[in-house]
Design a protein around this ligand. Sequence first.
Ligand code: PLP
Length: 350
Amino acid sequence: MPDTSIGSRWELPRSFPDPSLAPVADDALELIGNTPLVRINRLAPGAPGTVYVKLDQFNLGGSSKDRIGINIIRTAIADGSLLPGQRVVDFGAGNTAIGYALAGLATGHPVTIVASDTLSPEKASYLRFLGVDIVPGRNDVPGDHPENWAAIAERYENEDPRNWWARQQSVPSNPASHIESTGPEIWEQTRGNVTHWLAAVATGGSVSGTGRYLKQRNPDIEVIATNFEEAAAKTNLRAIFERRPGWQELERDFPLNYDLDVLDRVETRPKAEIIDYGWHVARTEGLTLGPSSVLSLKIAVDLAFQVDAGSVIVAYSADSGRDYLSREYNADWLRANDLGHIADKYAPEV
Ligand SMILES: Cc1ncc(COP(=O)(O)O)c(C=O)c1O
C-alpha cells in the first residue's frame, strides 16, 4: 500500500522565483504559448533519464488547445475562408472550443461546439461562461449516423452559410501551431538537449507538429504518441501507426493531422491505471494533471528507467486535473464507475 497521506516529504523552495523573469503581456491573448517546463523529481528515483512535463494548462484558456484555437481562426481569417461574423462550429472534447471562444471574442466570431457526454462539467461551465453554444453529439457511433458529432458539425455548415466548420481534425493550421510554438519552446527550454517527446493523441496535431519541429532540429529525437489502451483498440491506432496490412483503409476513417513520417511509435496504458497514477502524481509531485497528461507522464517515467544516462524526456500536459475534479478525481464518480478501489486508496474517508 503506497503512502498516500499528506506529510512533509519534500522540501519547499527556499524563495520565490527571480521577479525579473516574470512575464508581462500587452493583451490576454499573448498569454497563449511560452508555457513552463517542470522537472519531475520524485516519481522516477534513480532513473538514468530525466523527465520534464510541459505544462500547457498555463495557457490563457487552460489547455494546449488555445494554441490551435487561435491559430486556426487567425489562419482562416487571413486566407478568407472564415468570413466576418461567421459562427465557428466544430466537434471535440471541449478544450479547442475554449481556444476558439477566446479568439472568437477578440474577432467577433461566435462559437458552437458539438460535444459528447465525455465533456467534463467544469469545461462545460467555462464554455457557457464564455458564451459558447454546446450541442450534444456522439463519438461512439459511426460517421454516417445522424447523431455522430462530426456529422452534426458538417450539417451545421451545409444548412446555414452563417456557420463555418473549423475542422481541427484535418486543417494544417492545427499542427502548424505546434511547429511554430510548442516545438521551438521545448527546444529552447531544454537547450537542444531533448531526446524524447511524448504527447497524447486525438487529432494528432500536438504530437506530430511538435515532433516535426524537434526532428528538424535533431532527427534522433524519438517521438512517441500515447493513447489509452481502450481508445487505441477502438480506433485501430496501433495498426495504423505500425502500417499493418490494410492500414490505409483504416486511416481513411481517421483524423488527418497525424504525421506518420514523424511518429516513431505508439504506447498505450489502461485508463484505470492512469487515473490511479493521476492521484499519485498529485501527492508526490504536487502536480494536478488531466488524464491524457498523466498518460504521457506515466509512459515517460517508465521510459526514464530504460534510456541512457543524460536522456531528456519531455511529456506534454495538455490540461489541468482541476478540469476533472467531478469525474476521474472524484471519489463518488470513481465508485459509480467501477473504480472504487482507487477511491478507497486515496480518499477512503469520502
Ligand atoms: C486533454 C487533451 N489531451 C490530448 C489531446 C490530444 O491532442 P491532439 O488533438 O493534438 O492530438 C486533446 C485534444 O483534444 C485534449 O483535449
